[in-house]
Each structure stands twice: as C-alpha cells, then as structure tokens.
Design a protein around this ligand. Structure first.
Ligand code: NAD
Ligand code: TDX
Length: 328
C-alpha cells in the first residue's frame, strides 16, 4: 500500500512507521512541532518520504492524499497540560486538521483510519465496575479531549453524510520508546537519569490503563486491514494502574527508594480513571496484546531512555523549566 501517515514523526506515529516500511511505501506528513522529530525516523530515513507540513494545509494534504491508498491520521496536539495553558493549537490541529484530512479523503475516495483516545469518554470513578465501550457516551473534560471528541464526531459525520471509508480507534495511555519527555512515564525516568526528583500530581490516586505502543499499533493494523467501515474500535490491554504505583515501580526498577519523589500541584480538572473494555477488538478482529507484563515493558522502556540520551537530552531542560513555572 501507499500509506500517508500524518504525525508520523511523533511518538506513536514513528513507532508505526518503523514497523510499516518493510511492506509498504510510506509518506509521513508532519509539522515537526516541538513534539515531532526527524531523529525519531532516523532508523528508516532512507525508506520513507518525510514531508514537513501542516495537516491543516488543504492544498498540501489534498495532493498527498491523492497519491495514497490509505491515510493513518495520528497528527495531533496531545498534551493535556499544554492544552490547559493554551488551547488554540489543539483547535487548529485536532479539529481543522482532521476536517482537512476528511475533505481530502472524500474528494479522492481514499481509506482513512483516524487515531483517537479514550479521553473522549471522560472519566470513571475508582470503584465502579463499568469500563469504556464503543457505546459509552462522549463526555470529554479537557481542551485536549474535547478537540479529539470533535474530530471523532467529524469523522462519523463524514462517513454517514458522504460515505467516506473511515474507521476510528480510541486507545488508552501508551508507553514505550520515543515518547516525549513531557509525558508521565518518560518524564519520571529522565528525571531520575538527570538527577532530578520525579514529580507526582496530587496524591497519585488517578488511574490510567497502560498499553505498550507496539500493541496499539498492531491493533491499528488489524483495524486498517479488516475493520468495518464506519466503526469505532476501542484499544486497551487491561493495564489499569494508579499513578502512585507506576511511580513506585519506576523508582524500584531504577534502583531508587520507591518514595524518593515529590508531590506537586495537581492538574486542573484531572480525570480520575480511564479503563477500556477491549473485548470487541479481541472477539471480532482476533487482536491480542503481546506486551502483557507491564514491569517487563517498563524495564525495556527505562533501558531505551538510558541508551538514547542523545534523543531526549536536548528536550529535557526546556520541558522542566515550563513545569517549574506551573509549580509542577
Ligand atoms: P505526539 O505528540 O508524540 O506526536 C504528535 C505528532 O503530530 C508530532 O510529530 C507533531 O509534530 C505532529 N503534529 C502536531 N501538529 C501538527 C500539524 N498541525 N500538522 C502536522 N503534524 C502535526 O503524540 P502521540 O502520543 O504519538 O499521539 C499520536 C496520536 O495518538 C494522537 O492523535 C493522540 O491523540 C492519539 N493517542 C495518544 C495516546 C498516548 O497515550 N500518547 C493514547 C491514545 C491516543
Ligand atoms: O509529571 C507528571 N506527573 C503526573 O502525576 C505528569 C506529566 C503526569 N502525571 C499524571 C497525570 C495523569 O494522571 O500522570 C498521568 C498520565 O499523564 P500524561 O502522561 O500527561 O497522560 P494523560 O493526561 O493520561 O494523557 C495521555 O493519554 C491519552 C496522552 O498524553 C494523551 O495524548 C492520550 O490521548
């Protein structure tokens, strides 16, 4: 296939591209914002075409979509804390960017897979048995999740109104190599590696449902190849953990005292718990996650950050300076 991967220089997109080049011809469209980097695509740089550009640039997107058999749309502004500080880029990239992709795939009849998040469903209580399913009502809490929800709604409307051939997936929290050091797990690992104390928001009771990035991407492939047009699939690996436990596990795996971290100012409107019921994907498309041992996955991720300081080192100071200003 000739694949157009938007946001392919970001965390999940780059891991996706690394796995795609063996069998497919890949064009990456990425604005190379602070969150994207050429270095993330260095292992495959000779095998891909990387176009630096904005997913909201209709002329450019139209031209690239016309040359493609399928689009996998990862490009987004993704960090909740940044969205709280300045929502505008989230409106542009997540909403207008998705609209621009939809108009182009509509014009050229190209298959689209739209990447979304479980955060569109809002949050759950800690003790409720319910998990998110494909039928859960949208109830986003943050400027980030509301723009992702808006994008999902546009995709659904373009399928129904214009017959666009699209699928959507809503995945839980990813971890693994090439994740920006602004995010929870890489931030704590690189704090330890640079002699800083890790930072936990509030009490750390918030629960996230962790999945290894390779498992997310293997699910995306299942949906792209065999998913039913118009459908939404939830992706998760039954990996619920509270932030305090994850923090203590990282510290222990890095040979530190598990309580050697700071409690910092909590996030405004902080979603309490996310949890995905992945049974539809498993039962209908036969997908299974491979990285089922979270500690093993974390250990390998810690090793990756230890061995790739040249990738994250240049980003670290500035990220921590911004957090420090916010008291986090
Ligand atoms: P990321 O922030 O690491 O990467 C985003 C990429 O998009 C970057 O390379 C950036 O340069 C690019 N980009 C941003 N604005 C752009 C624009 N206007 N035009 C073109 N490119 C632009 O994000 P990620 O964690 O890899 O997330 C990828 C997708 O997966 C997003 O849609 C996100 O909502 C979704 N998602 C992420 C997670 C997670 O845990 N990280 C979980 C579920 C869903
Ligand atoms: O330093 C920190 N300390 C801390 O306690 C940071 C950066 C975060 N946290 C907490 C906040 C969350 O409860 O850890 C949890 C995870 O935080 P993030 O890594 O910012 O992820 P989250 O807000 O859960 O959103 C992520 O998963 C869903 C991605 O950033 C989104 O793009 C994705 O859609």
């Amino acid at each position: 296939m000739r694949l157009l991967v938007t946001g392919g220089a970001g965390f999940i997109g780059a891991n996706f591209v690394h796995g795609a080049v063996a069998e497919h011809s890949v064009t990456v469209l990425d604005a190379l914002t602070y969150a994207g980097s050429r270095e993330s695509l260095a292992p495959v740089e000779d095998d891909i075409r990387l176009i630096q550009g904005d997913v909201g640039d209709a002329e450019l997107v139209n031209r690239l979509v016309a040359e493609s058999d399928a689009v996998v749309h990862f490009a987004a502004e993704t960090h909740v804390d940044n969205a709280l500080a300045d929502p505008e880029p989230f409106l542009h990239t997540n909403v207008i960017g998705t609209y621009t992709v939809l108009e182009a795939v509509r014009q050229h009849g190209v298959r689209l897979h739209h990447i979304s998040t479980d955060e569109v469903y809002g949050d759950l209580e800690l003790d409720e048995p319910r998990r998110f399913t494909e039928g859960t009502a949208y109830n986003p809490s943050s400027p980030y999740s509301s723009t992702k929800a808006a994008a999902d709604m546009l995709v659904r409307a373009w399928v129904r109104s214009y017959g666009v051939r699209a699928t959507i997936s809503n995945c839980s929290n990813n971890y693994g190599p090439y994740q920006h050091v602004e995010k929870f797990i890489p931030r704590q690992i690189t704090n330890v590696l640079t002699g800083r104390r890790p930072k936990l928001y509030g009490t750390g009771a918030n629960v996230r449902d962790w999945i290894h990035v390779d498992d997310h991407n293997s699910a995306v492939w299942r949906i792209l190849l065999d998913g039913e047009i118009g459908r939404t699939y939830l992706i998760g690996a039954e990996g619920e953990r509270d932030n305090l436990s994850v923090m203590r596990t990282i510290l222990t795996l890095m040979g530190r005292d598990p309580d050697d971290f700071d409690h910092v100012v909590d996030r405004a409107g902080h979603d309490l718990r996310y949890a995905i019921d992945p049974s539809t994907l498993r039962d209908e498309l036969g997908w299974e996650p491979k990285h089922t041992d979270f500690e093993d996955g974390l250990r390998a991720t810690i090793d990756w950050y230890r061995n790739n300081e040249s990738w994250w080192g240049p980003l670290k100071e500035q990220v921590e300076a911004v957090y420090e200003k916010r008291g986090q």
